[in-house]
Design a protein around this ligand. Structure first.
Ligand SMILES: [Zn+2]
Length: 284
């Protein structure tokens, strides 16, 4: 398994893999009409398009920080079919390819608690009980996100699965945080809302460079344009407003923007176009 990497000051960033899944392409593009999005992505016979699960590992010799571990491998046959899931829980293989095991991870940060981001935080043991995958890691989660995930409504219950996060609480592996916080020197979170009420993005800053894991703020290069939000975004207007603010900072400070679901682009730079925003791919 090939793992691309880059450096941000003292940090090594490794672009891990945790499989792929397919979602309804109409839902993936929200209010954008099919005549437009059908030129951007391929679809299968059920109108689905492919998303990758793209965890990020950040290391500095002292800490191994895993951001959004990914889909994981607790899916039944019906779910595998609905989402056409492939290469389940391959984040473990990604770590092994770097000479690491799940025990080596000491910090996990989740942008939010949807299954495709934290499914990898637990696995089924031989008795069919969900147990933590990263037993030595403190998992940093926004308190309001925890509240929403543990009290889902009719709209959100299809994406919040308790077996992905309750075992972390039972094993005292969760640190609930409120608002913008520094997790470790050089690694911090900012709450953006938008995709979920308390969605957070993760900043890696060192040596004058900045990389930002954008989570649900921009899922793929096809979601860079301001109005290209997903039907799965709970607060799409808030995403547009956040993008305007974040893009301004991203351009001024030359951020490396890391994408959570793009099948072909792991990181981009945002640039202004005449009427909207565009991107340049970063090659490693
Ligand atoms: Zn999500």
């Amino acid at each position: 398994m090939k793992i691309e990497s880059t450096k941000v000051g003292e940090f090594d960033l490794f672009f891990l893999h945790d499989g792929e899944f397919w979602l309804d392409a109409g839902g993936y593009f929200g209010v954008i009409p099919k005549v437009i999005w059908q030129k951007l992505v391929e679809t299968d016979e059920l109108n689905r398009t492919v998303l990758k699960s793209n965890p990020l590992l950040v290391c500095n010799g002292e800490h191994n920080v895993l951001i959004d571990p990914g889909l994981g491998g607790k899916y039944n046959d019906r779910q595998v079919k609905i989402w056409k899931i492939k290469n389940q829980a391959s984040v473990i293989e990604s770590l092994n390819a770097l000479g690491l095991t799940p025990e080596d991870i000491d910090v996990v940060v989740a942008t939010h608690l949807h299954f495709d981001h934290v499914g990898s935080c637990t696995r089924w043991d031989k008795d069919g009980k969900a147990v933590p995958v990263f037993p030595n890691a403190i998992h940093y989660i926004q308190k309001a996100e925890w509240e929403d995930a543990t009290h889902p409504d009719e709209r959100t219950k299809g994406t919040y699965f308790p077996e992905n996060y309750l075992p972390l609480q039972e094993n005292a592996l969760i640190k609930l945080i409120e608002g913008n916080k520094e997790i470790l020197p050089g690694i911090s979170v900012e709450v953006t809302g938008g995709h979920t009420r308390a969605h957070q993005i993760i900043f890696i800053r060192s040596g004058g460079q900045t990389a930002v894991y954008f989570g649900g703020i921009v899922s793929s290069v096809n979601h860079v344009k301001l109005a290209y939000t997903m039907a799965f975004d709970q607060y799409p207007v808030e995403i547009m407003q956040q993008r305007k603010k974040l893009y301004k900072r991203a351009i001024a400070e030359d951020w490396m923007v890391i994408l959570e679901h793009d099948p072909n682009h792991r990181a981009i730079r945002i640039k202004q176009s005449e009427r909207d925003f565009e991107f340049d791919t970063i090659k490693f």
